[in-house]
Design a protein around this ligand. Sequence first.
Ligand SMILES: [Zn+2]
Length: 177
Amino acid sequence: MRRALLLNSDYSPLHFISDMEAVIHFYKGTAEVVYGLDGRPAVWKDEFFRSPSTSIEVPATMRLLHRVTKKWKQPRFRKKVLFNRDGWKCQYCGVKLGWHNVEVEHVLPSSRGGKTTWFNCVTACHGCNKRKANKTPEEAGMPLLRKPAAPSALHFWDAMKSDHWHDSWESYIPKEA
Ligand SMILES: [Zn+2]
């Protein structure tokens, strides 16, 4: 399924929507397809949404016509989103990880009351996880590369890793989160 990046009316990125939601925006006139750097509408090439009466090109980037003040609700903890947030890099040594060797590391160890939350969990490699054991980063002398924070909407779909990357997204979101 192709997705569309939804922008606020001021062109700030909000989140990704499904192709169906993009088409609904199109028909309701609540969002418009933006133009890419090449001056052409940001749509998926040769992908159409067809109904009995019509067929439209599937949008890749849309902009809301009315600004929304969206408060991003802190979402439920999910491993995959945590790894996306951290760019699949160990937050202690910076090594790049994959599903076969990635681990969730509790900054304040769970044995000492550390909770499984966005603010107390980071992506780690097995070596660093083992070395840090039940110490805090200070006690272990292992500073974090980045302070853990709640993920943004963009981390929910790992577009950065996908081969379904649309060039029109480049202007609005960094490819390396
Ligand atoms: Zn590591």
